[in-house]
Design a protein around this ligand. Sequence first.
Ligand SMILES: O=C(O)C1=C[C@@H](OP(=O)(O)O)[C@@H](O)[C@H](O)C1
Ligand SMILES: C=C(OP(=O)(O)O)C(=O)O
Length: 429
Amino acid sequence: MTVLTAHPSGPLRGTMRVPSDKSMSHRALMLGAVAQGVTRIASILEAGDVMSTASALRAFGVRVERRGGLFTVSQQGWRRPERALDLGNAGTGARLLMGLVAGQAAEARFVGDPSLSRRPMSRVLEPLMAMGLRAESRDGRLPVTIHASKIKSFTYDMPVASAQVKSALLLAGLGADGPVVIRETVPTRDHTETMLKAFGADLETDGHRIELRPGARLMGQTLSVPADPSSAAFPMVATLIMPGSELRLDEVMLNPRRTGLFGSLRRMGARITEANRRSSGGEEVADLTVTSSALKGVRIEASEVPDMIDEIPVLAVAAAFAEGVTRIEGLEELKVKESDRLAATAALLRAGGVSCRTGEDWLEIDGTGGKVPGGGTVETDHDHRIGMAAAVLGMGAKAPMEVQGADAIGTSFPSFAELMRGAGARLSS
Ligand SMILES: O=C(O)C1=C[C@@H](OP(=O)(O)O)[C@@H](O)[C@H](O)C1
Ligand SMILES: C=C(OP(=O)(O)O)C(=O)O
């Protein structure tokens, strides 16, 4: 098992470009795999989760090739995979691909690692089956077998704020016999909608309503994937909590459905400035300069959570260094991520000597005003974000934190230790 020890570190300095966005990378590969012609993807995220999606697509005969720094995707019809598709740790990969496969009237068996195998797949299978998909699962979990099916027109009111569910249904809709309409109560990341339009799909968004009309021919595109705001969150919080630090984070994607953390940190007193706003891969990006800041506790409402759903563990670390109490509501969905992130976040705070309380769907953290003891051990349990959040806590604490199972970090941010060391963090493995 890989162990990473995060030692109390000096100020962080310099400039870094964190790896590319995971959500966009999965979607670029999948749309390339059903489009006509060649899709060229510059600066795709080369990390475990995205590579799992790439190899699953290859199993259908889709050509996914790395040529220098460019990934190219092309297809001339899908064939039946010879083996089960192993999606590893990737929830996005598994759920979106189930929708895509359904829309192609293809068949496949999906498996995954121990973490993915305990996550609910029924949230996509139930609506997909209502659209006509024939599928079997182990109690709504992996392994899942999908049979070639005819997909029907469908209207769905989202029962849960999930971009993965929404995306799976839209991707299935590419092969439906009529429109697919999805109504969200809480808006979630819209990369599938943006990218489907860019590839030529007939898709319309009106407030919280999305309508996809099948039949348009998708054409291969050339795109470049900007830096992942969910990965930028870790060096950002590390910079804020370590006195004397200043770090520039280049080309960070600023889709408003992804930047809830940045707004919350600013409300806590974080100094984060933005320069050079421009467009990349169909999204707004900017270079962010982060300066260490005295943070104060804040209250986060449930309606704010979807825009920072993957950033809660590291937000909790920022709260541990703040002055006063932070309360975060609406954390139900955290329980079905790579680990039970509500329990895992509380456990990592306690391992670092920070007191906190949890309820069914909330977390309350007693800020220490910068005096986090540290000195504990955290087991990632296959959860990259828990591993990185624990490492950030250790960098700012009085005593080191040990992260067991640190190899999990490779699913989204393989260069985490190297980039953080380059900025001045003391990490040993
Ligand atoms: O669509 C996506 O790319 C994602 C959606 C979110 O999951 P949910 O749809 O389960 O909220 C998020 O947690 C995940 O990391 C990526
Ligand atoms: C929840 C996450 O990813 P996924 O659902 O794709 O495994 C994440 O990256 O934090």
